[in-house]
Design a binder for this molecule. Sequence first.
Ligand SMILES: [Zn+2]
Length: 390
Amino acid sequence: MTNKIYYQNPYTQKLLAKIIEQREKNNERWLLLDQTVFYPGGGGQPPDRGTIDGKRVLDIREKDGNIWHRVEAPENSWEPGSVVELKLNWRHRYYQMQQHTGQHLLSAVLDKFDLPTVSVHLGDEHTLIEVDGPVPETARFKEIETEAQKIIARSLPVKIHLVTKEDAEKYSLRRPPKDFTNLRIVEIDKFDYSACGGIHVSSTAEVGLVKIIGCEKIRGHARVKVLLGQRAFHYFDELHQVNLLLKEKLNTDHTQFNDRITLLREEISYLKKLKKFYHQYYVVYKSKQLAEEAVENLVVLRLEEGEQSDAGEIAKKLSKDFGKVAFIQFDRRFFLTSPSEERLNTIKFLREHAETLEIKGGGPQGFCQGIMNRNNLQQIHETLKISLNR
Ligand SMILES: [Zn+2]
């Protein structure tokens, strides 16, 4: 059986090992070594990453107590008996050890608060701990976090015990397994005992920080969203950046953010009302002015100011209140209005001239709208003149 150095000393990052066997299967190269630092994964912890003699380790599997390593390409000089150098991706491993132990710690604290862990999911961004019980109140989460930070601050040793079934009964295990002969028990010094085959840091101090960032009800349980160790620190850093940005944009500190935003919202609401009023005023004023300047009761123009809806309102008013036929362009959009079918059948006009004028549109008789494919307002003007005179 491979000597599992990752269990004996989880802090070993480099190791010399002897090749016991090499196997090739489906173009994959697998190495069996006399000892290893590479954890094959399990219990929610992912497999390790690293290199063997500089070659990347792609996969690690355990079979009958032996650890097999799949390497990207083996050295030609490798043969049973050769000594190779194992190098662990320590950043990755330590991060996983911290996340994993942090979860033990928080689950133990949740347990003390009558929220026993049902399942755990270690995600890319956060850890989800599903607990049996209702969604706790925010104040309770504060107590849970405070308790977890106390355990971290006490720097409690994390110990491993390898015991038989008989001995296992002496420990008050959190979530004891049903069927086993030998058991690996992880103890957070006199505080928590649980059966686990994962890899842990040696002191609770190394967990560093625990932050609960949310909780939701799921399948009659509560699912606690949590950030542990480095993740909690990164989260704090991100929030700090957001805080700095808001401080600059709102020109005040975080104690005033709420007041400042409430004030800004009120201001926006007032300005919206004011805008609506001025738009109505603008539509009345503009349509009156255009009606007075109109030649042959026809108004054709491109509106440069205001908004698209203004163009529609002005065209409508020109026909309804001043008896004009109007074609108002706004960007690529146009509005074609007429006071009566006799003056101009707008639907018929669009149908007959759509192709020549390269316009596309429709709508109820007297109030049509559409899109202009060309900037040919002059041509449209001429065509309208003829259509009206006919
Ligand atoms: Zn564990």
